[in-house]
Ligand binder design. Sequence first.
Ligand SMILES: Nc1ncnc2c1ncn2[C@@H]1O[C@H](COP(=O)(O)OP(=O)(O)OP(=O)(O)O)[C@@H](O)[C@H]1O
Ligand SMILES: [Mg+2]
Length: 148
Amino acid sequence: MTRHILVAVDGSEHADRAVEFTADLAGCVGAPVTVLHVVPTTSPAPTIVGTYAELEQIWLNARDALEEAGRELVARVAERLRRAGVEDVRTRVELGPPARTIVDVAREVGADVIVMGRRGLGDLKGLLLGSVSHKVAQIAEATVVTVR
Ligand SMILES: Nc1ncnc2c1ncn2[C@@H]1O[C@H](COP(=O)(O)OP(=O)(O)OP(=O)(O)O)[C@@H](O)[C@H]1O
Ligand SMILES: [Mg+2]
């Protein structure tokens, strides 16, 4: 039995398809849905030269902007699920390493199914699975659905 579904979104078209699948699944089984976006805490390669304090400020500003964008993203997705008839929709935005955080939040909310795209925003062509969906499939206790 599916008790709670977690759908992980990164703003990609792949994740959009995962959301559509989630709407169908949640509609069938009547389970609540948690929509999660993780702001990655792995800092980008330092291409800008500056003092440590200046670089840290750039990083903090970028992180805040990503967090804000993440909140808008999960709110938009939640609205779409509600329009599709899913009654119980919750949202989460977390900072951390994406795969580990997805698995941890799934456990925390009691999700027994995790839905995600096979690929995401990365564009390494030829790969069947992205690194986040690959890692979640490896380490999650829940059933992981990677949507094509
Ligand atoms: N930061 C994130 N927060 C929430 N879900 C994510 C995040 N990143 C990826 N996902 C989920 O994982 C799915 C697969 O994305 P993944 O990042 O593994 O592929 P990719 O971007 O193509 O590859 P890579 O990131 O390894 O270059 C996405 O469709 C989305 O459902
Ligand atoms: Mg990615």
